[in-house]
Ligand binder design. Structure first.
Ligand code: NI
Length: 219
């Protein structure tokens, strides 16, 4: 009867309105998230030119105890990765990929590239710990550490996320904690500017290919 029909119509309308609302907000939310993903990929910060800024000055110490700044590498490409020596899997995998990529590169390209490992865990990654660690990967790998302030500043400049991860019940003064951290290999140009990054899991072949392409274009 008429009453039932109007009731059905009202319900139908409510459903249509609900669908429209969900689609509108869902789409808007997706756009918002896409924007966030892009800005996260760009390091969440843009310069006045609208170009993302990754990289910048750093003041660190290498595994031989020598003070190092970004200026030391001007004229060379930096292949730079942030992590920590206690990392059980991700860091060793990535540092091995960087090292293998270095070996795949033609010698004239490889000599223009400085592979660098920067600690986000300087409390455990002393100069001595870095000296024990980096030679396992590549003879030319530099391991940079410093004070907590210095490594934090470097990580900030490269928009690296990291956070100590204690297991449930693990005391906060434990020295066996893990560190969650973002895992990108950055390729920086001879002027120190960001060129591109390689994602976690990229093969050494792809990394070498990516570097070679850049060096072939820029010299
Ligand atoms: Ni790691």
């Amino acid at each position: 009867n008429a009453r039932d029909r109007s009731h059905v119509n009202r319900r139908t309308w409510l459903i249509i309105v609900a669908i429209v609302v969900v689609l509108t907000f869902g789409f808007g939310f997706r756009l918002y998230n896409m924007g966030r993903d892009i800005s996260a990929e760009n390091g969440g910060q843009t310069s006045s030119s609208g170009v993302a800024t990754i990289g910048g000055p750093f003041n660190l110490v290498d595994q031989n105890g020598k003070a190092r700044t970004e200026q030391d590498f001007r004229g060379d490409y930096m292949l730079i990765y942030f992590g920590y020596t206690y990392c059980p899997d991700v860091c060793p995998t990535e540092l091995q990929a960087m090292s293998n990529a270095m070996d795949i590169l033609p010698a004239d390209v490889a000599k223009k590239v400085q592979p660098i490992f920067v600690s986000v865990d300087p409390e455990r990654d002393t100069v001595a710990a870095m000296a024990d660690y980096v030679p396992h990967f590549h003879p030319r790998m530099l391991g940079l550490t410093g004070t907590l302030e210095q490594t934090s500043a470097a990580a900030r400049a490269y928009r690296v996320y990291y956070s100590k991860a204690f297991e449930e019940g693990e005391p906060k003064d434990s020295d066996t904690y893990l560190v969650d951290h973002s895992s990108f290999i950055y390729l920086m140009g001879p002027n120190g500017a960001y060129i591109r990054h390689f994602n976690y899991g990229e093969t050494p072949e792809k990394i070498a290919e990516g570097i070679e392409k850049v060096v072939a274009n820029q010299g």
